[in-house]
Design a protein around this ligand. Structure first.
Ligand code: GRF
Length: 204
């Protein structure tokens, strides 16, 4: 399956997806990396790894979110993309793109959804005093951080954790679960049944 990874920043999750997809038996190929910012650090990394890149600068669409998304969608279709993986892509999507890629668009969120939707998840986890935190890969739905869950990874919260130390521990779990989750979707193993995802694997 041809996959596009959408980024806004350094692209560490993009990096782990590209590395995983290099294995000959991986059921997906990263065919494109697209950023909404021309200075996204991940672009250089993708080019280094021989992956075609594209930039659609959201600032060129002066707040017309749907126009921005139509430009993105055009590039995805031209590249014959079949699955979209949002990875540190910091733009809220309108129903236009969400519906255009229904059940074919994934996102990774740095928390155990449905806990801690939105931003600053590690600070909030520490403020709440949770003992277990983690990351979630889910299908993208019209509501932010709310689609059917495909995979999760848990990490302990330590007494002396700061947002930075906790974020680093979660990020390393993100890098493990995203390649697995994408493989489940690309291989057809992840089946959507009434808004819940059966993956056929105990540990997705
Ligand atoms: C990560 O915490 C990820 O969960 C969130 O964006 C952050 C940066 O991701 N979606 P990356 O390093 O750009 O992949």
């Amino acid at each position: 399956k041809r996959v596009a990874v959408l980024i806004s920043g350094r692209g560490s999750n993009m990096n782990s997806l590209i590395s995983a997809a290099m294995h000959p038996d991986y059921p997906a190929e990263i065919a494109l990396v697209l950023a909404n910012k021309p200075d996204a650090g991940g672009l250089a990394k993708a080019e280094e790894m021989g992956i075609p890149t594209a930039v659609v600068d959201h600032r060129d669409y002066k707040g017309d979110r749907e126009a921005f998304e139509r430009a993105v969608d055009e590039i995805l279709r031209t590249a014959k993309i079949e699955i979209v993986a949002l990875a540190g892509f910091m733009r809220l999507l309108t129903p236009f793109l969400v519906n255009a890629w229904k059940d074919r668009m994934l996102n990774i969120h740095p928390a155990l959804l449905p806990s801690f939707k939105g931003l600053a998840t590690h600070e909030r986890a520490l403020d709440e005093g949770v003992k277990i935190h983690g990351a979630t890969v889910h299908f993208v739905s019209a509501e932010m951080d709310d689609g059917p869950i495909i995979a999760q990874g848990a990490v302990p919260v330590l007494d002396d954790d700061t947002p930075a130390t906790l974020a680093a521990r979660v990020l390393s779990v993100e890098h493990q679960i995203y390649p697995k989750a994408l493989a489940l979707v690309a291989s057809g193993k992840a089946r959507l049944r009434d808004q819940r995802v059966a993956t056929g694997a105990a540990d997705a």
